[in-house]
Design a protein around this ligand. Structure first.
Ligand code: HEC
Length: 488
C-alpha cells in the first residue's frame, strides 16, 4: 500500500481496495507512511459509511491539509471538501491557522482551495473575513478564494475590509473579488480609481467591471476609457473585455457615433461579441449599426447566422441597409475556401517558424488571448504547445480561416437562455449543484444557477472567431502556421 505506482496501477489498486473493503480506519490511524495515508484517505473517504468512522476519516484529513506529501495534502483537501459538515470542520481549521503565526505556503494553498469551494458557508466566510483584515499573502489568498468562488456568498461581513482595501491596497485581485460581491457602497471609490489616469488602463478596466451596476449606463469617463482600450491594438485581453462592457452598455446616440467606427477597426471577436450582447437599440440606431457593419473589413468572417439573428431584432429594412455588403462578403468567403491548399503549400515551402513565434508572442491576431503555448497565453481554447504533432499545415490553416469547420472536442460552444430572457454564449466549464459554469470569449466565468436556466443549445460554431487571418499578411500567415507545425 505504500509503493509508488504508475497512474494506471494506482487506479486499479484503489478500485480493488474499495471493492473488497479490505482497509478500514484502523489502518489509516496506524499508518506512518504519508503515501499510504494518502491512498487510504482517498479510499476511505469514498467507501466509509459508518458515521463514527467517517468522522475519524475527516478528523484525520483536517490534520493532513498541510502535509508535506503533496498527494496526502491534495486528498485531504478533496475529502474535507466533500464532507457534509465541511463548513464547520474547515472553518475551525482556518480559524486555528489564522490565530497562529504567519501560515506556511502549504497552509496558504489549502486555504485558497477550500476557501474557494466553501466560501458560501458561514464559518469559512467568517475565517475569510479575518484573513482579509491581515496583511500580505494571507489577504491575497482570501481575495483569490472570494474571486474564484461560485454560488451565493454571505458577503456582508467582508464589505468593511474590502472597502478599506480600496483606500489602501488596490490590486487586480481586489477588483476580481469585488466583482463577485458587487455592492453600491463600493461604487464611489471605484469610480474615482477608474477615472484616475495615472493608473494602468488594465487596472482601471478591472475597476469598472466591479461596479455594482456593471451593465447598463456608463459615465463619460468610463466610456472614454473603454473606447481608449478598444482602440489599443497591442492589448488583446483588455481590448476584448472593453468591447464586452461597451456591448452591454446602453449607449447614447453620440456615444454610438464614436463607438461604431472604433469597433469596426477592432477584430472579429469584438464585433461578434457586440452582436451577441448588445442592448436594445431603436430601429433608427439599428440602421446606424447596420451601416457600420456594412463597412467592416471583418463582415465576411462573422458567423452568418449570428449576424442574421442579431439584425432580426429590428424590422427587416434595418438588415437591408447592410444586405448587399453581407452577400458580397459571403461570396468572398467561398472564394477563400478554394485557396486553402495553396496557403498550406506556401507554409510548407517558405514558412519561417522563428518569425511565426514572434508574431504569436507579440499578440498579433489575438491568438494568445485564448491559447497557451508553454507558459504564455490564456487557457480559453485548446493548449497549442504540441499542436504540430497532431495537425498538418492544411488543418492548421483551416482552423484559423474557418474555425467552425473543424471543432476541437470539448470546446463546443453553447447558448444558454436564462429566465430573464438573456442569451449567454460560451464554453461549459463545469456543471455542479451551484449550476452551470460558462466561460466566454473574454475568459470570464459566469455561474448560471439551475433554476434560472430555461434552455441550453449546443452550437455548430466555434468560440474562436473566423477571419483572424485578416490580421496577417500571406507571408506572416505562412510563418505562423510553420511555427505551429513545429510545436511538438
Ligand atoms: C476567442 C478565443 C480564440 C482566439 C482569439 C483564437 N482561438 Fe484558436 N481556438 C479557440 C477555441 C475555443 C478553439 C476550439 C474550438 C475549435 O476547434 O474551433 C480553437 C481552436 C484552434 C485550433 C485547433 C486546435 C485543435 O486542437 O485542433 C488552432 C490551430 C487554433 N485555434 C489556432 C489559433 C490561432 C493561430 C489564433 C490566432 C490567429 C487563434 N487560434 C485565436 C479559441 C480562440
Amino acid at each position: 500500500m505504500d509503493k509508488p505506482l504508475d497512474a494506471f496501477l494506482e487506479h486499479a489498486a484503489e478500485y480493488a481496495a474499495m471493492k473488497t473493503q479490505a482497509f478500514g480506519v484502523k489502518e489509516l490511524q496506524a499508518s506512518t507512511s504519508p503515501r499510504q495515508q494518502a491512498r487510504l484517505l482517498r479510499i476511505l473517504s469514498q467507501v466509509t459509511t459508518k458515521s463514527d468512522d467517517l468522522a475519524t476519516v475527516y478528523d484525520f484529513a483536517a490534520t493532513a491539509l498541510d502535509a508535506a506529501e503533496p498527494a496526502l495534502a491534495a486528498n485531504a483537501v478533496a475529502a474535507l471538501g466533500m464532507a457534509p459538515d465541511a463548513d464547520a470542520r474547515v472553518g475551525k481549521v482556518f480559524t486555528d491557522w489564522l490565530a497562529a503565526s504567519a501560515p506556511s505556503d502549504r497552509r496558504l494553498r489549502a486555504f485558497e482551495q477550500l476557501g474557494t469551494t466553501l466560501a458560501g458557508g458561514p464559518r469559512v466566510a467568517e475565517a475569510l473575513a479575518v484573513a482579509l483584515s491581515k496583511q500580505g499573502p494571507v489577504r491575497q489568498v482570501a481575495l483569490k478564494a472570494i474571486a474564484n468562488s461560485t454560488g451565493k456568498l454571505p458577503d456582508q461581513q467582508w464589505r468593511p475590509a474590502l472597502r478599506g482595501l480600496l483606500d489602501t491596497d488596490v490590486s487586480p485581485t481586489l477588483f476580481e473579488a469585488i466583482t463577485r460581491v458587487k455592492h453600491r457602497s463600493f461604487d464611489a471609490r471605484i469610480n474615482a480609481i477608474a477615472a484616475d489616469k495615472a493608473r494602468p488602463a488594465a487596472l482601471r478596466l478591472r475597476a469598472l467591471l466591479a461596479l455594482s451596476d456593471a451593465g447598463s449606463k456608463l459615465s463619460p469617463a468610463a466610456f472614454d476609457l473603454l473606447l481608449e482600450l478598444l482602440a489599443d491594438a497591442g492589448q488583446a485581453g483588455p481590448r476584448i473585455e472593453a468591447a464586452r462592457r461597451l456591448a452591454e452598455a446602453q449607449l447614447s446616440d453620440a456615444q454610438l457615433d464614436r463607438f461604431l467606427p472604433v469597433l469596426m477597426q477592432a477584430g472579429p471577436i469584438e464585433q461578434a461579441d457586440f452582436l451577441r450582447n448588445q442592448r436594445k437599440y431603436t430601429p433608427e440606431q439599428g440602421k446606424r449599426i447596420a451601416k457600420a457593419f456594412a463597412q467592416s473589413p471583418q463582415l465576411g468572417t462573422l458567423q452568418p447566422d449570428e449576424v442574421r439573428v442579431a439584425f432580426a431584432k429590428w424590422p427587416r429594412p434595418v438588415f437591408e441597409v447592410m444586405e448587399p455588403a453581407f452577400n458580397a462578403a459571403l461570396a468572398a468567403t467561398e472564394a477563400k475556401k478554394s485557396k486553402l491548399d495553396a496557403l498550406a503549400q506556401e507554409a510548407v515551402r517558405s514558412g519561417r517558424p522563428e518569425a511565426g513565434a514572434k508574431l504569436f508572442a507579440a499578440g498579433q491576431g489575438a491568438c494568445l488571448a485564448c491559447h497557451q503555448v508553454g507558459e504564455v497565453g490564456r487557457a480559453i481554447g485548446p493548449n497549442l504547445s504540441r499542436i504540430g504533432a497532431i495537425r498538418t499545415e492544411r488543418e492548421l490553416i483551416e482552423s484559423i480561416l474557418f474555425p467552425s469547420n473543424t471543432l476541437a472536442r470539448d470546446y463546443e460552444l453553447h447558448a444558454v437562455v436564462t429566465a430573464d430572457a438573456r442569451n449567454h454564449v460560451g464554453l461549459i466549464k463545469s456543471r455542479g449543484p451551484d449550476g452551470l459554469v460558462l466561460m466566454d470569449a473574454a475568459g470570464q466565468l459566469q455561474t448560471l444557477p439551475p433554476t434560472t436556466v430555461v434552455s441550453e443549445t449546443q452550437l455548430e460554431t466555434s468560440l474562436m472567431p473566423g477571419g483572424l487571418d485578416a490580421a496577417f499578411t500571406p507571408t506572416e500567415l505562412a510563418d505562423l502556421v510553420a511555427w505551429l507545425r513545429s510545436l511538438r
